[in-house]
Design a protein around this ligand. Structure first.
Ligand code: FE
Length: 142
C-alpha cells in the first residue's frame, strides 16, 4: 500500500503505491506508526478525486467527484486524534490537462502514477477534536 523511510526530526518520506486511495493509505500509515498529531505535505498524480464543500448558509455538504487524470500540485493536511484514532484533515489541489486547477477538502483520491509525501509526526503532543455547534465542524481541541 505504501513504502516509507524515516528521516531526522520524527519525519517520514512516504511513497504510496499506484492505484491506492490516498486517505485510506495515510490512515493506515498513521495507525502503523502510532501518529496522533502531525503534518502532511505532498505531490503526485491521481485519476479520480472527490472533494467536499460545506455550504455555511445551509450547513449542508456538497460532494463532487472528478474522474480524470490530474497532477497533485499540492496535498496539505494535518493529523490530530478523535476517539483515540488518527484524525486526518486533508486538502488537495490538482491540475488538469489544460493546466487549470481544482481543489478543496479531500475525501478520497486514487493515485495514478506516483504519490510522494512527507509526514511529520509530533510525538507526545495531544491535539483532539470537538464538534463545534456554531460551524458544525470538528475543530481543534487543545
Ligand atoms: Fe477541510
Amino acid at each position: 500500500m505504501y513504502k516509507f523511510k524515516e528521516v531526522p526530526g520524527n519525519r517520514f518520506v512516504v511513497s504510496i503505491a499506484n492505484h491506492v486511495e490516498i486517505a485510506e493509505a495515510l490512515m493506515a500509515f498513521c495507525k502503523e506508526k502510532g501518529i496522533l498529531a502531525g503534518n502532511i505535505v505532498g505531490i503526485g498524480a491521481v485519476s479520480e478525486a472527490t472533494f467536499r464543500f460545506l455550504d455555511p448558509a445551509t450547513m449542508k455538504y456538497v460532494d463532487k467527484t472528478f474522474s480524470e487524470q490530474m497532477e497533485i500540485t499540492n496535498l496539505t493536511g494535518n493529523i490530530s486524534q478523535k476517539d483515540g484514532e488518527p484524525y486526518l484533515h486533508l486538502h488537495l489541489t490538482c491540475s488538469r490537462r489544460d493546466y487549470s486547477c481544482i481543489g478543496g477538502h479531500l475525501l478520497t483520491a486514487r493515485i495514478n502514477g506516483a504519490c510522494e509525501l512527507l509526514v511529520a509526526a509530533f510525538p507526545g503532543v495531544e491535539i483532539g477534536r470537538y464538534k463545534d455547534p456554531e460551524t458544525g465542524l470538528n475543530l481543534y481541541e487543545f
